[in-house]
Design a protein around this ligand. Structure first.
Ligand code: BGC
Length: 390
C-alpha cells in the first residue's frame, strides 16, 4: 500500500459555469449563444447543480471522499456593476454550510474562467479598473466564506486566462496548441490575486492561493531553449509568482513535446483522451515537482487532474498512475497535501460542449439523474484507506 500523509485531502472539483446551468449574466453565456459562436453547444441547464448541489456533495461524501472544490459565480453575485445579489451570496453560503454539515471540507474558488458580462464588455482584464473590481468582488464574497472556509482559490488557471485574453477561440486550444499569453493581462491577474489575498488574509483562518495549469513541456534533444521560451510564459512564471502564498494548486492533464518549431501535435499512434490530449498520467507528478521547485517550497494540492473518456476503466488507470507518481514526489520530500480529481460530474467542457466526459459521475442531460461511475467508488476507497494498493 502506498500510504499518503495524515490529514491528506481527498476529493473532486467542479466549476460553477460548467455545472450550475443558466449562468445568463456571464461572458461565456454571451459567447456560447452568439450567432458566430464556435462553441459546439451552449451550456444551457448544464447539470442543474445550482439546485442539485446537495445531491452532488452527498454522492461525493458517500463514496468516501472528504473535500469538495467548487467555484462561486461573480456574474451571479454582482450581475450589474455595483449591484449585489444578496440571494446569490446566501445561495453560496448555503452550499458552504451543506458541505460542512455533510462533513466535507469546502474548497472555494472565486473565479473559474467566467466573469460578469458587464466586466467583459468594459475591457475585461485590460480595464484599468480590473484589479479594483476584483478586489471589490472578493469583499462581496466574504460572507460566503464566513469563518469556516479554510481553503480559497482566487483565480483558476491564470495562465490559461491570459492565453484566452488574446481573443483566440478556446476551441483552438486543443486543436492547435496554446496561444501566446497576453503579458499585461498576466500582470493584472497577478495584481488581482495579490489584492484578493490581502483581503482574504484579513479574515482569520483562510489559506489562499491560485491554481496553475502545469503543462509538462518536454524538449526534444537540442530544443531546450525553444522549450524554455515557449514554456516559461505559459507555466513557470505563474508558479514563481505563487512564492509566499499559503498554497498552490497544480492542475495537470497531459504533456506537450517541444520540437525546433514549438509544440508538436500528438502523433496518431499515441493514445488520446476525448479532449484530444495524450493519455499521460505522469503529468501530475511532474506538475507537483515543478511547482515545488519553482515556488521554493509552497505547500501543494492537486486541485485538478483526470481524463475525458467514455471508458471508465481508463480513468481509474489514469488516476492510479497519477497517484502513484504523486506518492513518489511526496516520498522525495514534496509537500503535497491533497488530491482533487477533475471532475465530480460530466459537465460543460467549454468550447467542446458536453462531449468530453471528465466526470466520476454521469449526468443525464434531460432528467439530470446522476449515475456514479466505478471510478467514484474506486477513488473513494483510496480515500478511505488513505492509500493506494499496488
Ligand atoms: C479547467 C477546467 C476544465 C479542465 C479540462 C482545466 O483547465 O480548470 O475548467 O474543464 O481543465 O479541460
Amino acid at each position: 500500500m502506498l500510504t499518503f500523509p495524515e490529514g491528506f485531502l481527498w476529493g473532486a472539483a467542479t466549476s460553477a459555469h460548467q455545472i450550475e446551468g443558466n449562468n445568463v449574466n456571464s461572458d461565456w453565456w454571451v459567447r456560447e449563444n452568439a450567432p458566430d459562436t464556435r462553441t459546439t453547444e451552449p451550456s444551457g441547464d448544464a447539470c442543474d447543480s445550482y439546485h442539485r448541489y446537495r445531491e452532488d456533495m452527498t454522492l461525493l461524501r458517500d463514496a468516501g471522499l472528504d473535500t469538495y472544490r467548487f467555484s462561486v459565480e461573480w456574474a451571479r453575485i454582482e450581475p450589474e456593476e455595483g449591484m449585489i445579489s444578496h440571494a446569490a451570496v446566501a445561495h453560496y453560503r448555503r452550499m458552504v454550510e451543506t458541505a460542512l454539515e455533510l462533513g466535507l471540507t469546502p474548497s472555494v474558488t472565486l473565479m473559474h474562467f467566467t466573469v460578469p458580462r458587464w466586466f467583459a464588455d468594459d475591457g475585461m482584464w485590460r480595464s484599468p479598473k480590473a484589479a479594483d473590481r476584483f478586489a471589490r468582488y472578493t469583499e462581496l464574497a466574504l460572507p460566503i466564506l464566513g469563518d469556516d472556509v479554510r481553503m480559497v482559490c482566487t483565480i483558476n488557471e491564470p495562465n490559461i486566462a491570459a492565453m484566452l485574453a488574446g481573443g483566440e477561440d478556446p476551441a483552438d486550444l486543443v486543436a492547435y496548441g496554446l496561444p501566446a499569453p497576453d503579458l499585461e493581462v498576466a500582470d493584472t491577474l497577478l495584481e488581482c490575486h495579490r489584492r484578493s489575498r490581502e483581503i482574504l488574509g484579513g479574515v482569520g483562518g483562510i489559506q489562499s492561493g491560485w491554481t496553475v495549469a502545469t503543462q509538462a513541456f518536454q524538449a526534444e534533444p537540442g530544443c531546450e531553449e525553444v522549450a524554455h521560451e515557449y514554456g516559461y510564459q505559459r507555466d513557470d512564471w505563474y508558479l514563481e509568482a505563487a512564492r509566499g502564498d499559503d498554497w498552490l494548486g497544480v492542475q495537470a492533464y497531459t504533456r506537450t513535446i517541444i520540437g525546433p518549431d514549438g509544440p508538436r501535435q500528438v502523433p496518431d499512434h499515441v493514445e488520446k483522451t476525448l479532449a484530444g490530449w495524450e493519455y499521460y498520467p505522469e503529468a501530475a507528478a511532474l506538475g507537483v515537482r515543478s511547482a515545488w521547485e519553482k515556488t521554493d517550497g509552497v505547500p501543494i494540492y492537486i486541485t485538478e487532474t483526470g481524463i475525458a473518456t467514455a471508458d471508465d476503466a481508463r480513468r481509474i488507470d489514469y488516476l492510479r498512475g497519477s497517484l502513484a507518481g504523486v506518492h513518489g514526489a511526496i516520498a522525495d520530500g514534496v509537500d503535497v497535501r491533497g488530491f482533487l480529481a477533475w471532475s465530480l460530474l460530466d459537465n460543460f467542457e467549454w468550447s467542446a460542449g458536453y462531449r468530453p466526459t471528465f466526470g466520476l459521475i454521469a449526468v443525464d442531460r434531460e432528467t439530470f439523474v446522476r449515475t456514479p461511475k466505478p471510478s467514484l467508488g474506486w477513488l473513494g476507497q483510496v480515500a478511505r484507506n488513505n492509500g493506494l494498493t499496488e
